[in-house]
Design a protein around this ligand. Structure first.
Ligand code: ATP
Length: 285
């Protein structure tokens, strides 16, 4: 086996992705890979471009500059195949008003062709403390319950790539513990996870690699150990110290980025009306 055969292909490849809003650059020539079983912590100050990047990956924003490959599929050319590989949990999931919790699971199973889904759906209701809400309508759920339902639907599909935007917001302490455990377990089973959050302790606890963005630029991509050994002044420091160091507001925009700790060069099915549910679903928005 040669060195190329020994490295599994990335589940996600982002190549020179750029995005502008009315002429203002939000993401600038961003490139990174995510490999199977990896939990990538995506962090950056407000306005750094995290959500724009996630929304481009899941197909909510069209990729006009650069390329995004999910499970080898270009999201612009093979949208349905790419979406079938991933699941997106937005920071404030909006379930369909007219569907119950159980019907969301049923709908998700149909969308992703999940066979024999009922037993797993029952387990997920237990796991995310939704048993009592099984017959509640989407519009009747609290924010934390909507978050839990999004997790349950996502986990039902056993996605190869899960994208989570501030996944703990709104969860109660037991929900936080379940969610953190679920994230670690899904990665241990081989799924890749992108975890975007300002909760740096959670990122430090769960992420195997960290990507730090600042004003649309990649300023660090590597492990915590690499950050500690390569960035002057943060030896042995926390992710918070690293974050504050590499996103120092006095640095000019467009400065040299760092990678791996070292400076570097630079299926469409009908869906019910009324919801803004997972953006990554096969055929969902
Ligand atoms: P936060 O941590 O605050 O959620 P973020 O890292 O997710 O921030 P984005 O939401 O991706 O950042 O925003 C990146 C840049 O793009 C910001 O300057 C923001 O003002 C701008 N932006 C985002 N969405 C829009 C939009 N719909 N129209 C115009 N500008 C936008």
């Amino acid at each position: 086996m040669n060195e190329f055969q020994s490295t599994p292909p990335p589940v996600l490849r982002v190549e020179s992705l750029s995005k502008t809003y009315e002429g203002a650059l939000a993401v600038d020539a961003l490139s990174f890979d995510v490999r199977p079983g990896e939990i990538l912590g995506l962090v950056g100050p407000n306005g750094a471009g995290k959500t724009t990047t996630l929304r481009s990956i899941v197909g909510i924003l069209p990729v006009k500059q650069g390329r995004v490959l999910v499970c080898g599929y270009d999201v612009m050319l093979h949208e349905a195949e790419a979406k079938r590989c991933l699941y997106w949990v937005p920071d404030d999931p909006q379930p369909f008003d007219a569907l119950t919790v159980w019907e969301h699971l049923e709908f998700t199973a149909a969308l992703y062709d999940v066979r024999d889904w009922k037993e797993r759906a029952e387990e997920l209701l237990q796991r995310f403390e939704l048993v009592e809400k099984r017959d509640a309508l989407g519009g009747e759920l609290s924010r934390g319950m909507r978050q839990k339902l999004a997790f349950a639907c996502g986990w039902l599909t056993r996605p190869r790539l899960v994208l989570l935007d501030e996944p703990l917001t709104g969860l109660d302490p037991r929900g936080i513990r379940s969610a953190k455990r679920a994230i670690a377990e899904v990665a241990a089973e081989g799924s890749s996870v992108i975890l975007s959050s300002h909760l740096l302790e959670m990122i430090e606890e769960l992420a195997s690699r960290i990507l730090i963005l600042d004003r649309g630029h990649k300023v660090f991509d590597g492990t915590l150990a690499e950050a500690r050994s390569s960035i002057a002044g943060v030896e042995g420091g926390s992710l918070e110290e690293i974050f504050l160091k590499v996103t120092d507001g006095s640095l000019p925009a467009g400065r040299t980025s760092m990678q791996g700790g070292a400076p570097s060069g630079a299926p469409g099915r009908a869906r019910p009306e009324g919801g803004d549910w997972s953006g990554g679903g096969a055929g969902s928005p």
